[in-house]
Structure formats: structure tokens, C-alpha cells
Ligand binder design. Structure first.
Ligand SMILES: [Zn+2]
Ligand SMILES: [Zn+2]
Length: 293
């Protein structure tokens, strides 16, 4: 127990120092400035080449989403995620230790060329995310958390990071075990994470981008706007679940783009009654009497 508490303490202290360092010293290996740079770049593209020409530069909920961005990318990690995940990793290893297992690495890929390791990590991680995303729509308790992301009614890059912190826990937990078995460390995630953030920003942006024939591979704004559509095909829990890659939806028959959908209504049934502020939205899934604030 004491050991776990020490891990929590070290994680807070370590992450706090890391965060201060990130903000104070911009560099190419720095999440904070990558996020700021990518956001400004995609916002500039939206302002110069808007898909919906009438959409204001500061679209509906721009500042709310800006706060979500900062919270989900940084504060949540500072408050909880690093501490929880370090303890979880330690507890997981201790648990395996009970059975005399010292190493969960099932496939040793460190001898492969770097780019194949990298590609494997990217594809496996994205496929796991696609499955988690489907569950967020299918499992009613998960959907209550995921509604926060689907409460977006006007799309823009910042909508990308409007989601409940519980999603971070669900996605990361689902990714950790299989990736640890393939023998990936957390440092391998940096470039994958930056690339996924860029594509995610573009998916939500007010831009008309399809990537031509690569649309079968990469998710894009025209595909993702249908994921946010208020009206779904009859009997379906959702469509276009892809995060970075669109290929899973084409492979498993969940791709749906009936037309360009520039001006389709977004959200879900009853979205107008969904809470409007950050704290209300974050506490919403834990409330018994939902939809009453
Ligand atoms: Zn969704
Ligand atoms: Zn989205």
C-alpha cells in the first residue's frame, strides 16, 4: 500500500514538473506546443477555407471546447491519469507476479525495423480504439459518458477534444494490456499521438477535405460529420466509428456517407436539453435524474 501511495506522490510531482517544463521550454518533442501549434494551424485553415461559409470564427461552444482541450490533454493527466495508470501498471505486474509471470511481452518486436514496429503500434492501437468507440455507442452506461462528445451542434476543430475524462480511462485501459504484450513502451506513442491529434482536429474542422482515394484509409471531415448526425439509419447505434483510420468502417460495414452532409443537424435526440457548462456535463453521467440538469 505504501509503495502505491509513493507512486501516486511521485506521479503528481513528476507530472507537475514535466508540465511546467513543457510550457516553459518549447521543443519538437513537446506535447503542449504541438497541440497549440496544430490547433492554430487548423483554425487558420478553417478561417481561410471554410466549408460552411456562414459559421462564425468563434463558433458555438468555442471556449467551452478550448477548456476541454486543455483539461483533457493536460489537467486530467495532472489530476488523475498518471497517478492511476502508474498504480494500475504496478498492480498489474504484481498480480502477474503472483503467478510467477515476470514479463507479459508475448511477441518480441524490438528486433524488427523501426518503421514496421511503428506501423504495427499505430494500426493495432487504432483498431482497439475503433472497437472501444463502438462500445461507447452500444453500451448504454458508456453512451451516457460519450454523449458529451456528441453534444457538439456546430463542428470545428476544437470539438475534437470535447469528451468526458472517463473516455481517457476506457481507451487507455483497453490499449494498455495488448500493447504491453507486444512490447511497446509509452515513449513509442509520441509520434502516433501527434499524428492522431492532427487527423482528429481535421475530422472535426469546418473544412471540405476527403483525401481523394485515401478516404478509404483515413478518416476525414465529410465522413466524421455523419458520425455526429442527429438522424441515424434506422436500427443503428452509430456509423463511421473510425478515429484516425476509416478503413475499419469500410471493412466491417459501418461506413455511411449518403451525401456530403455539410449542413445536417448534429447531436442526438434531446441534445437541446443536455447541460451546457463544463461541470454540469462532467457530472451528468453520474446523476440519477438525467436531463434535469
Ligand atoms: Zn461517437
Ligand atoms: Zn467526433
Amino acid at each position: 500500500m505504501e509503495r502505491y501511495l509513493k507512486i501516486i506522490g511521485d506521479a503528481y510531482y513528476g507530472y507537475f514538473n514535466y508540465l511546467i517544463n513543457e510550457i516553459m521550454y518549447p521543443s519538437w518533442g513537446n506535447y503542449f506546443w504541438w497541440l497549440v501549434g496544430l490547433s492554430l494551424f487548423v483554425w487558420l485553415l478553417e478561417l481561410v477555407f471554410p466549408w460552411r461559409k456562414g459559421q462564425p470564427a468563434l463558433r458555438k461552444d468555442f471556449w467551452l471546447d478550448g477548456f476541454y482541450m486543455f483539461f483533457n490533454f493536460f489537467l486530467f493527466s495532472l489530476i488523475a491519469f498518471n497517478a492511476i495508470s502508474n498504480v494500475a501498471v504496478e498492480a498489474f505486474n504484481d498480480f502477474l507476479g503472483l503467478f510467477g509471470v515476470k514479463n507479459v511481452v508475448a511477441i518480441e518486436i524490438s528486433s524488427w525495423p523501426a518503421w514496421t514496429q511503428f506501423l504495427t503500434l499505430f494500426i493495432v492501437a487504432d483498431f482497439i480504439q475503433w472497437n472501444v468507440h463502438r462500445l461507447l455507442h452500444r453500451v448504454p452506461a458508456f453512451w451516457e459518458f460519450h454523449k458529451v462528445h456528441h453534444s457538439v451542434e456546430q463542428m470545428g476543430f476544437a470539438a475534437h477534444l470535447r469528451f468526458h475524462w472517463m473516455e481517457t480511462i476506457l481507451y487507455k485501459t483497453a490499449q494498455y494490456i495488448p500493447l504491453a504484450m507486444i512490447g511497446f513502451g509509452l515513449t513509442d506513442f509520441f509520434i502516433v499521438h501527434i499524428f492522431a491529434t492532427a487527423i482528429g482536429h481535421l475530422n472535426h474542422a469546418n473544412l471540405r477535405i476527403t483525401y481523394g482515394p485515401f478516404k478509404y484509409l483515413l478518416n476525414n471531415p465529410i465522413m466524421h460529420i455523419w458520425h455526429h448526425a442527429k438522424d441515424l439509419p434506422k436500427g443503428s447505434h452509430g456509423v463511421n466509428y473510425g478515429l484516425t483510420l476509416s478503413v475499419w468502417d469500410y471493412l466491417f460495414g459501418t461506413a455511411y456517407i449518403p451525401h456530403e452532409g455539410r449542413d445536417i443537424p448534429l447531436g442526438f435526440d434531446g441534445v437541446e436539453k443536455f447541460p451546457k457548462t463544463f461541470w454540469q456535463q462532467i457530472s451528468y453521467p453520474f446523476k440519477k435524474n438525467k436531463m434535469e440538469g
